[in-house]
Each structure stands twice: as structure tokens, then as C-alpha cells.
Design a protein around this ligand. Structure first.
Ligand SMILES: NC(=O)c1ccc[n+]([C@@H]2O[C@H](COP(=O)([O-])OP(=O)(O)OC[C@H]3O[C@@H](n4cnc5c(N)ncnc54)[C@H](O)[C@@H]3O)[C@@H](O)[C@H]2O)c1
Ligand SMILES: [Zn+2]
Length: 375
């Protein structure tokens, strides 16, 4: 056992703890004791996460004489839909979930976002506990209260801010996660370093192998420090009003365009797109003369070293920069005709640029699309 780290997300009236460590799901009953007030606990689980770790969660609850009412969700982005939301909320109503109850969301960002949104609207809002089982969900989506589903018009366009009452990030659950999902989550870990903490960036860069190899202490520290960074930013700007929270979108505008171009499918996972997006944001900052070229290169190398793609040429896209920019025009961060871009002054110092000319971005992307792929 490597101990539990507890990080407090400070939000007046809605503060909660994020616990990070090994073996947490076995201790769920004691960690969430006050929240679980009825003998049956509603659990919404990703089918695959449940297959691997459902028994441990059941045993943890049974130890406190709790039974599980289980609702499984098909793996994949397709489950963040209106129809899944309808089925899930119907099920919650059938289970008699009340406003004072807590529903457990057990899985990756898909289950967390879907369940969180369902809980934000069920009887005008019930409680929920996040038990994230992917690295991406542990360091990012389970913390901060953004919930959403996708529609035919785009990703995450319908949603709400609804904070969980507790987050249990059990690092043991990551043992069954495919390497590619670990790498995608690792991109979001690196993001916290690149946007605000050069020392953490360096630390992650030097330990990427240990993190991806599930070295318990290092993995726990990487997750805890990421959560701490996110908690701090969310506490300052819960609803993304002041611009602080927007920093968390580093790499996401470029990344979103790549995800849209590749159809939001298996060809490019969200974290993989963010990794490429961060390289593009760094290279674009260097092109504007705001970031040392060497720093942009360090970002690309750190990402490449984890096994993630760091050059868009590797995607083999047959599109133009203008086509990628067209996707950006539909970005939900679009604000009265301008699109804020997260750029870098140095590693560890990101800022929101509101003067970016999309035609210049298209020209830059054309260059990047044509750049020869280096080994
Ligand atoms: N709310 C937010 O702030 C926020 C932030 C970032 C991303 N997101 C959302 O999160 C989603 C992506 O999350 P994700 O990367 O966790 O994807 P995901 O939920 O689709 O999970 C990825 C895959 O891993 C499988 N899986 C989950 N846990 C597992 C385990 N322990 N062992 C083996 N397999 C397991 C799932 O079945 C799935 O196939 C996107 O929908 C994105 O929009 C939300
Ligand atoms: Zn992201």
C-alpha cells in the first residue's frame, strides 16, 4: 500500500475530496459512508470497467451490508447520447433515486459525463460519486463538475456544471487499462505541467516510463499532482468565466479540429488529439515569436517519448489547414466571432490569446501537414 492522497476541491457549499491511491474501491463503504444512506446503492458502470473491477466494488459495499443496483453502459463515445440519457434517467427513476441520494459513476469519462449530467437533471439534481477507472478520467474528467452528452451537432454541446460529492481514484483499476488509453491519459497529465508547472513537466518527462508501467508511487503522485492542479484552477473559476479555467483547454482547440477531421473515433483518441494539439499550440506560439523554438521542441519530444504521436504528418490526413480551421469555427469556445487560443510564453506559462487570425492558423497548419515526418 502506498497510502491515500486526499485533495480538496474548494467550492463554497460544494467542496469535495478527491482521494487517490491503491485499493480504494475495496474501502468504498468507509470512504463514502455518510453519502451512502440506503441499503441499495445505484451504480452506473462502464461494461468493461465492471467486468474487470465490479467484483471488488461489490465486495467493498457488501462489507458494509450494501447491495448494488447495477446499470451498465456500453463502452464508447456513442453512449453519451440523448437516448442513453433517457434510458439512464428512466432507470434512476425506477430505482426510486431521490435528491438526497448518491449515484456512483464507475468508468471512464464517458460514464462520468453521462451519469453526472443525468444526476444534474434528475428531480432537478441528485448527488453522485465519481469512481474514475481510466487515467484520463482520474486526472481530468471526474474532477471539476463538467458533465455533458453529445448531439448530432457536436461533442459535449448539451450539459451542465454539476459537482460530484466525492471522487475515488483507485490506481489499481488502471492495471487493466489498454496501454493506448494510458498514453492518452498521460497527455492530460503532461498538460498540467506544460500549462502551469515547468517542474512537474520535467518530473513527468523523466518518469513517463514508470507512470506508463504503473509504478504505484509514481503513478499516484502523477495523478495527485494533476488533480491538485485542476482543483486549484476549478476553485478559482468554476464556470470558466474569468479565463483561468480556460487554461485547461491547452491543446484542445487544435486537438478538437483533429478529432473532428478523423470523425471522433478510434483513429484518434481524445488524449492523443490533445497531445498533438499541445505540440501544435507550442509550435504556433514559437511561430508567433512568443516561445523559444527549443521549448516547442521539448514539448514535442516529451510527448513523442511516451509513444504518443507528436507530428500531425503521422496521421496521414488528406485535408488542408483551412479544413481544420473550419472545424474550429464550430468550437464551443467560439465567442462573438473570435476564437480564444491557448498559447505558451514558456513551458509552465500558458495564456489565452484573443488576437489569433484564423487564416494565419490555416497557413501554419498547411506547413505542419506537409512537414516531413521524422523518426
Ligand atoms: N467532464 C470533463 O471535464 C471531461 C474532461 C475530459 C474528457 N471528458 C470526456 O471524457 C471522455 C473520454 O474519457 P475516457 O478517455 O475515460 O474514455 P472512455 O470512458 O471511453 O474509456 C475509454 C475505454 O476504456 C475502457 N475502460 C474504462 N475503464 C477501464 C478499465 N479500468 N480497464 C479496462 N478498460 C477500461 C472503456 O470501456 C473504454 O473502452 C470523452 O467523452 C470526453 O469528452 C470530459
Ligand atoms: Zn481533454
Amino acid at each position: 500500500m502506498s497510502g491515500i492522497s486526499a485533495i480538496r476541491v474548494e467550492l463554497s457549499g460544494r467542496s469535495y475530496d478527491v482521494m487517490v491511491g491503491q485499493g480504494l474501491i475495496a474501502q468504498v463503504a468507509s470512504l463514502a459512508e455518510e453519502a451512502l444512506r440506503k441499503p441499495t446503492v445505484p451504480v452506473v458502470a462502464d461494461a468493461r470497467a465492471w467486468e474487470h473491477h465490479g467484483a471488488a466494488l461489490s465486495a467493498g459495499l457488501r462489507a458494509a451490508d450494501k447491495e448494488i443496483a447495477l446499470y451498465t453502459v456500453e463502452p464508447g463515445e456513442g453512449s453519451k447520447s440523448w437516448s442513453s440519457l433517457e434510458s439512464l434517467t428512466d432507470w434512476m427513476l425506477d430505482q426510486g433515486v431521490e435528491r438526497g441520494d448518491q449515484v456512483i459513476a464507475f468508468g471512464g469519462g464517458v460514464v462520468g459525463d453521462l451519469t453526472g449530467f443525468a444526476c444534474s437533471i434528475l428531480k432537478r439534481g441528485c448527488g453522485f460519486i465519481q469512481i474514475p477507472t481510466t487515467l484520463l478520467a482520474q486526472v481530468d474528467s471526474s474532477v471539476g463538475g463538467k458533465t455533458a452528452i453529445n448531439t448530432s451537432r457536436g461533442k459535449n454541446l448539451i450539459g451542465a456544471f454539476h459537482q460530484p460529492s466525492l471522487v475515488l481514484a483507485d490506481t489499481d483499476t488502471l492495471a487493466s487499462l489498454p496501454v493506448r488509453e494510458m498514453q492518452a491519459g498521460f497527455a492530460e497529465v503532461l498538460k498540467y505541467g506544460i500549462l502551469g508547472d515547468a517542474e512537474f513537466f520535467l518530473w513527468c518527462t523523466n518518469r513517463s516510463h514508470d507512470i506508463l508501467a504503473h509504478q504505484p508511487l509514481v503513478l499516484k503522485q502523477a495523478i495527485a499532482q494533476s488533480v491538485q492542479a485542476k482543483a486549484r484552477i476549478v476553485a478559482e473559476d468554476e464556470r470558466e468565466l474569468s479565463g483561468r479555467r480556460a487554461l485547461l483547454n491547452l491543446g484542445h482547440t487544435f486537438g478538437h479540429a483533429l478529432e473532428a477531421q478523423t470523425g471522433f473515433g478510434d483513429q484518434l483518441l481524445h488524449g492523443e488529439a490533445v497531445a498533438l494539439g499541445m505540440v501544435l499550440a507550442a509550435r504556433y506560439s514559437a511561430r508567433r515569436g512568443e516561445l523559444e523554438k527549443q521549448d516547442a521542441q521539448s514539448v514535442a519530444e516529451a510527448i513523442g517519448r511516451t509513444g504518443l504521436r507528436s507530428q500531425i504528418g503521422e496521421l496521414g490526413l488528406s485535408c488542408t489547414g483551412a479544413q481544420l480551421v473550419e472545424h474550429m469555427r464550430h468550437d464551443k469556445k467560439m465567442d462573438a466571432g473570435t476564437l480564444p487560443f491557448l498559447l505558451l510564453r514558456s513551458i509552465g506559462d500558458a495564456y489565452v490569446a484573443r488576437d489569433v487570425d484564423l487564416a494565419d492558423v490555416a497557413a501554419f497548419l498547411d506547413e505542419q501537414l506537409r512537414a516531413p515526418v521524422t523518426a
